[in-house]
Design a protein around this ligand. Structure first.
Ligand code: HEM
Ligand code: HEM
Length: 188
């Protein structure tokens, strides 16, 4: 097992970060939907709206750190050869570009929205992050709409990405999914 990608397959670090980001993104969409529907005084599963906001912001910033690590790991290693059965290469390339863009755009726009909006971030309810820019309503509004529009673009890209993987895995039965699972370097 190698940590970085090689010509023959994805490395363990890429796989680990891929699935961690999937879990964190799933959390982000769930928490966002709960916090936006909850009234200020109400609770869901014993947690207040403020707690959901706080966890959404904190986990979002963790996801940014993972995205950075992931990009570095990808640059340090190399991209594995295409799976031979993957004929939709332009589509795959474009969706991966959108996914990488979203991994940065979503946390950065969220951070700018709350910071420029004067709300601030208290990391995991314990540590107040400094506000280097002060209140700046125009930036806050632009960042908010970027965050919202970005979330729909991200959903579309994930749907395309997962749809393609499932088509290969379940219909063409070429084992594409195994390329991103632990323990297998390549199956073709
Ligand atoms: C991986 C990173 C992130 C993802 C995938 C994500 C996703 C989302 C989604 C899906 C929404 C609901 C959008 C809507 O339909 O209204 C949302 C809202 C929100 N997010 Fe994030 N987010 C991320 C990071 C962050 C960060 C780092 C912050 C702040 C530090 C943040 C702050 C907010 C806020 C304040 C809202 C409420 C927006 C409103 O008032 O409508 N997000 N986010
Ligand atoms: C938030 C959701 C997701 C994001 C952001 C994402 C992102 C990516 C990216 C950027 C790659 C290219 C390799 C890399 O540089 O890391 C990739 C590859 C891959 N992903 Fe995802 N992914 C997501 C969800 C999923 C899910 C749910 C599945 C399984 C159904 C999946 C299966 C795969 C597979 C099998 C590959 C390797 C494809 C190949 O052989 O090149 N991904 N993903």
């Amino acid at each position: 097992m190698t940590w970085l990608n090689t010509q023959s397959g994805y490395g363990a670090l890429t796989k680990l970060l891929h699935w961690l980001v999937v879990v964190l993104f799933a959390f982000q969409f769930t928490a966002a939907n709960v916090m936006l529907r909850l009234d200020a005084g109400a609770t869901q599963l014993g947690l207040s709206q403020a707690t959901y906001y706080n966890w959404h912001k904190s986990i979002g910033l963790m996801a940014l750190a993972l995205a950075l690590l992931r990009l570095l790991a990808r640059k340090r290693g190399q991209l594995p050869d295409w799976a031979p059965t993957l004929s939709e290469r332009i589509f795959v390339h474009r969706t991966e570009q959108v996914l990488y863009l979203a991994m940065f755009l979503m946390p950065v726009s969220g951070y700018l929205y709350v910071t420029a909006g004067g709300f601030g971030v208290t990391l995991f309810g314990a540590w107040d992050l400094p506000n280097p820019m002060g209140e700046w309503q125009l930036l806050a509004t632009a960042a908010k709409w970027t965050h919202i529009a970005g979330s729909y673009a991200l959903l579309l890209a994930v749907a395309g990405h997962v749809g393609l993987v499932l088509r290969h895995q379940l219909i063409l039965k070429d084992g594409l999914l195994l390329r991103m699972l632990p323990g297998r370097h390549r199956r073709d």
